[in-house]
Design a protein around this ligand. Structure first.
Ligand SMILES: [Zn+2]
Length: 353
């Protein structure tokens, strides 16, 4: 659809998948009439042989708030958690991945679930050739992984980033779009729009596994499980504070850095978070503690920044949070003498373990 090419398959395609992809095509075309183009699909539909019996139910699992919420909410039904190397953590960031997957293995074991580990170079290909990842492609890629696992799974949950009141349209993973990538053998379910981030934290705080392994950080270059100062870490720490669970979570600092809150770069999380989330936070903090606490005053600063102040915050983000961390990351990589990754000019997604 980016190139406006037509697709031809020389084999027949599952009728449910074909119908869903046509509906997804129409939805994406409606969402992005300027960026995407009509793409004709010439293929026959078919009813594939029945899938093997006894397949399980999967849930994409990054270790974050949305993942834990969906995994815990459907704990009795879910049999497998699915973690993907090459999405949030790049394939070249082996040290971060080692810790992340180690924690995910522990969390899965404690929850009594099997962990499926997947590795993919899709982000590299997308950076060079693909449509916008977050706005157009993210959900389609998750569906690609889910369909890859259909011999083992009959349903896969995609944890939602946004609740009903804040759902952003259009977005690459979306309650209207994700289910359309289902096939006859595999149902894809976009789950979790029933709860906002604070409500999800209130729910998962009762899980000792979630509180011991929660991982939300965007700042993968810092080499820390959660840095405690990036926008996503701070957003989660403020949420934990609001639900009275700060002391229960052992993977984030107990104290919210007021200075870091004042310097929050709201656009760091792309379409997530943003000004609306912090206006919500400010209202809840004022209701809980009044308008004069350090946190309330810092949040007031965040939501009422002048244009020049916003420019300063943006520059600080790119110079300090991205620039300096990238230099430190490259130095750490060089000192480790890791074997450089080779990224092929074709999509390689495989079940790693
Ligand atoms: Zn962080």
């Amino acid at each position: 659809m980016t190139k406006g090419h037509h697709l031809e398959f020389d084999t027949a395609v599952d009728a449910v998948a074909l119908g869903g992809s046509a509906a997804a095509h129409d939805l994406l075309l409606r969402w992005y009439p300027e960026e995407l183009h009509f793409s004709e699909n010439s293929t026959e539909s078919t009813d594939p042989p029945a899938p093997p019996p006894g397949r399980g139910v999967g849930c994409f699992f990054s270790g974050g708030v949305d993942s834990f919420y969906t995994a815990l909410k459907h704990i009795d039904e879910i049999t497998h958690l699915i973690i993907i190397h090459g999405l949030d953590v790049s394939l070249s960031n082996g040290s971060m991945w080692d810790e992340l997957v180690d924690r995910a293995r522990t969390a899965a074991e404690l929850l009594g679930k099997d962990l499926i580990e997947v590795r993919s170079n899709v982000r590299y290909l997308h950076a060079k050739h693909g449509p916008h990842w977050q706005r157009q492609a993210h959900g389609a890629f998750l569906a690609h992984v889910a369909l890859l696992l259909s011999p083992h799974l009959r349903r896969v949950y995609v944890p939602a980033s946004d609740d009903d009141a804040h759902v952003i349209e259009p977005l690459g993973t979306h309650p209207d779009l994700d289910p359309l990538w289902s096939s006859r053998d595999l149902e894809i379910v976009h789950d979790g729009v029933d709860a906002d981030r604070v409500t999800k934290l209130a729910y998962i705080q009762h899980s000792a596994v979630a509180m011991a392994h929660l991982r939300v950080c965007w700042s993968n270059l810092a080499g820390m499980y959660n840095c405690g100062t990036c926008e996503k870490c701070l957003r989660t720490m403020i949420g934990l504070h609001l639900v009275g669970a700060t002391n229960r979570c052992t993977t984030l600092p107990k104290t919210i850095s007021i200075d870091a809150v004042r310097w929050i770069y709201l656009d760091a999380a792309g379409d997530e978070g943003g000004l609306a989330a912090y206006i919500d936070f400010l209202g809840q903090v004022i209701t809980l503690e009044g308008p004069r606490t350090d946190l309330a005053v810092a949040l007031q600063d965040v939501v009422s920044r002048s244009r020049s102040r916003q420019l300063g915050v943006t520059m600080r983000f790119y110079v300090v949070d991205v620039g300096l961390q990238l230099v430190r990351y490259r130095l750490r990589q060089a000192l480790r003498h890791r074997t450089p990754q080779v990224h092929e000019e074709r999509a390689v997604t495989e079940q790693a373990a």
